[in-house]
Design a protein around this ligand. Structure first.
Ligand SMILES: [Zn+2]
Length: 221
């Protein structure tokens, strides 16, 4: 059975890899538009994705490919500035990483004195697509925390938001100065500055050639 599906997938993955070698996705929407339209026109995919994200609530339903057809019709009329697009991107990515952090923070004694926290800086992000229904997005960000004693600090974190069969999984790790974990997915896209945890548990890192659908080890969900 695997024999039967491997050949079309291998071709599709070769197409994706070729596309990824030349183009870094800004976001999942862009990748999905590219996948939907045969990886043929990256410049247009980027524009479509930007306009799509700029439209209100667009990020709510990226898992429904059918929606792109009607959205693309609206895109032609959408006039949005680059600043707005960047701001929108920062906003939803900020929300994603803080969701990951919130989950990480739950029940950990090291955070029990924290009275206030918030996103300090979104430093790096890199989106990867392993197959149509398996994508993941890696982030480096810092969280500003204030403790009841008045201490405040900014702490670096790594987060992964992956989406498999339309379901999202969040993971988050506090980064130490020695963290320098390997990730083919980010490296292949030229995102060398993004730091990964040194221990390879729990996050997708792709593999050297990204030729076939990637099998991942279940995280701690
Ligand atoms: Zn990565």
């Amino acid at each position: 059975m695997l024999e039967g599906v491997s050949e079309p997938w291998a071709q599709k993955c070769r197409d994706m890899r070729k596309y990824l070698e030349e183009h870094t996705y800004t976001c999942m929407v862009e990748a999905m538009i590219a996948a939907e339209h045969g990886f043929s026109n990256p410049a247009q995919h980027k524009l479509d994705a930007e306009a799509f994200l700029a439209s209100e609530g667009a990020y709510e339903a990226p898992e429904v490919p059918e929606s792109f057809a009607s959205t693309r019709e609206n895109i032609a009329q959408a006039e949005v500035s680059t600043e707005e697009i960047i701001e929108n991107g920062k906003k939803w990515m900020g929300e994603e990483v803080m969701l990951a952090f919130k989950k990480y923070k739950e029940g950990k004694s090291q955070f029990k004195d924290v009275v206030h926290y918030g996103l300090d800086e979104l430093q790096h992000q890199c989106f990867s697509m392993l197959s149509y229904d398996h994508t993941f997005h890696h982030f480096n960000f810092t969280v500003k925390m204030e403790k009841s004693g008045g201490d405040s600090s900014s702490t670096p974190f790594f987060a992964e938001v992956k989406e498999i069969h339309g379901r999202k999984y969040y993971s988050c790790y506090e980064l130490s100065s020695y963290d320098d974990g390997h990730c083919y997915a980010c490296k292949n896209q030229g995102m060398h500055a993004l730091k990964h945890p040194i221990c390879l548990m729990g996050y997708d890192s792709g593999h050297a050639d990204m030729e076939s659908p990637f099998l991942y080890l279940s995280d701690d969900e």
